[in-house]
Design a protein around this ligand. Structure first.
Ligand code: ATP
Ligand code: MG
Length: 394
């Protein structure tokens, strides 16, 4: 038998949230392996053990397990009888085909009544592995580590622990709506909030047919990438051209971006309440562009009453780009598109919109109706991972 052993940070298990943390993590692991069908789960303190089915490679399991937030590190172990022969065989099976520069075996046993010591196991298994791999033993800094943990009725044999995704299990911090633009920043912002345990639904505003469908297609690709971290995600595509036309007809150029943004907040907030989300997430970073000066951020957020989370607010662009590259969203984000916020706006929009100007401009618009109409035309797409199928129920 094989099992996936995930370890969570001890700190996460302190206090009264322990039970919720473990239950959420268990349910997230099951969801992300739903196509594989994972077996029984045995929680043991900061370690959770899941039985793995046959027929799926360790690599495939590892790739998935690395997406699960709340996991500090994990390993895939062979579970065998607690005798030297079985342990040795399992170890040889695991190292088959590997070519490390050096290795070591580390054994521990919880039952001191066993007829061999940890040192016996390290020696025996070490000699067998050395014979097979023909590489050096390095006890202090081995490239390959064979870990053997022995209890009364079973032994676990595994290779190096792999780093988990860290953070908190998705869902434990609640549900929010992330504004996903198709640019570089918002997918990074979404990732950072999912990693803090928020379950996200995504909203994208597009100006099709005034502009091409490029930004919409990018938002779909990004939502599919991000859905991998929570097994499922909804993307709400909002046709924004109609609202933009009204704004263009009634509002002077320098104020338009701020108004676009205020309407995005209003619409996103309405959609959030429809899905039971209690916060909005954006990829804003202070001072990055004209709409992100402190004055404009303030005026924009006043259009919504839900809290707006901005995990990138203090980050430099190059730090954001670096993370986008790691997440592999960068390549999608830099595909050419047409951003709806650049539509009918001057090269230098207002960097310091005043409340009275904004109020006067919005006084000329039927805001409630614009929000209503946009929400009525929302297109909903469901992204499921692992199948990664895009289903359109409506
Ligand atoms: P990004 O790289 O995320 O597009 P940006 O640097 O281009 O960000 P802005 O265009 O000012 O900055 O957008 C700030 C934030 O507003 C975005 O991170 C995103 O959360 C939200 N936003 C902007 N445009 C859209 C859109 N068309 N649909 C959904 N959200 C948007
Ligand atoms: Mg943008």
């Amino acid at each position: 038998m094989r099992c996936l052993i995930v370890r969570v940070h001890e700190i996460a298990l302190k206090g009264r949230n322990r039970w919720r943390f473990v239950e959420q993590l268990k349910s997230n692991v099951r969801a992300i392996f739903s196509d594989i069908g994972i077996g029984r789960c045995v929680p043991q303190g900061a370690r959770l053990e899941f039985e793995l089915p046959h027929g799926v490679t360790d690599e495939a399991i590892s790739e998935r397990a690395a997406l699960i937030f709340g996991v500090q590190n994990f390993s895939i172990a062979r579970v065998v009888d607690p005798d030297l022969d079985s342990i040795r065989r399992a170890a040889l099976e695991l190292v088959e085909g590997l070519r490390p520069a050096s290795f070591a075996v580390r054994a521990s046993r919880s039952d001191k009544r066993l007829p061999f010591t940890s040192l016996d196991v390290e020696r025996e298994v070490g000699a067998a592995v050395k014979g097979r791999l023909e590489c050096a033993v390095d006890l202090t800094n081995p490239q390959l580590l064979v870990v053997v943990e022995i209890s009364t009725d079973r032994a676990y044999v595994a290779l190096n622990k792999r780093a988990g995704a860290g953070g908190l299990p998705v869902g434990i911090s609640g549900h929010a709506v992330a504004l996903l633009s198709g640019g570089i920043d918002s997918p990074v912002a979404a990732y950072r909030m999912m990693r803090r345990g928020l379950r996200l639904s995504f909203v994208h505003f597009h100006s099709y047919p005034l502009l091409t469908r490029a930004s919409r297609d990018k938002a779909c690709e990004l939502a599919a990438m991000l859905a991998r971290y929570q097994a499922h995600a909804t993307l709400m595509l909002v046709p924004f051209a109609h609202a933009q036309r009204q704004i263009v007809a009634h509002v002077e150029r320098p104020l338009r971006v701020v108004l676009y943004r205020r309407f995005m907040m209003r619409i996103a907030e309405r959609l959030a309440s429809g899905v039971g989300a209690t916060a909005l997430v954006t990829g804003e970073s202070l001072g990055q562009v004209a709409s992100q000066t402190l004055a404009n951020i303030t005026i924009i957020e006043q259009a919504a009453s839900l809290p707006i989370l901005r995990p990138l607010i203090g980050m430099d662009k190059n730090e954001i780009v670096e993370q986008a590259r790691e997440l592999e969203t960068f390549e999608i984000s830099i595909l050419p598109d047409q951003d709806c916020c650049t539509l009918f706006v001057p090269r230098n929009p207002a960097t310091r919109a005043r409340a009275f100007q904004v109020e006067a401009a919005e006084g000329r618009l039927d805001s409630a109706r614009m929000v209503e109409e946009a929400c009525a035309r929302v297109e909903r797409l469901e992204f499921h991972f692992p199948e990664s199928l895009i289903r359109n129920p409506g």
